[in-house]
Design a protein. Structure first.
Length: 101
């Protein structure tokens, strides 16, 4: 969806944010994984939860994927969009991430 693309592009464009999800939208399966500055994935996920966003931090039952990405020690934050999410919600989420970086 265009909202998922806006999420990916918005995160990729932020200083201090590392995005691990592939560039091709068809390969993302509705999920964007990322880390923020020097925060652990748990710290970033908790900070985003405190701002009203539901994300998941950690290894996501995929330690080998994290070994490949180099994120085995810190994990990653995983954000996903559903059919009911709006562009305005994506923008609000991006602003929340921006406040952490």
């Amino acid at each position: 969806s265009s909202d998922l693309q806006a999420l990916w592009e918005g995160l990729r464009g932020m200083k201090g944010v590392t995005v691990y999800s592939p560039g091709k939208e068809a390969e993302r399966a509705g999920i964007v994984s990322f880390n923020v500055a020097d925060l652990s994935s748990a710290q970033a996920a908790d900070a985003l939860a405190a701002r009203g966003f539901s994300v998941r931090g950690g290894l996501h039952c995929a330690p080998e994927a994290h070994r490949f990405l180099g994120t085995l020690r810190r994990g990653a934050v995983r954000a996903s969009l559903g059919h009911a999410n709006t562009f305005e919600e994506v923008e609000a989420f991006l602003e929340a991430v921006r406040s952490l970086s």
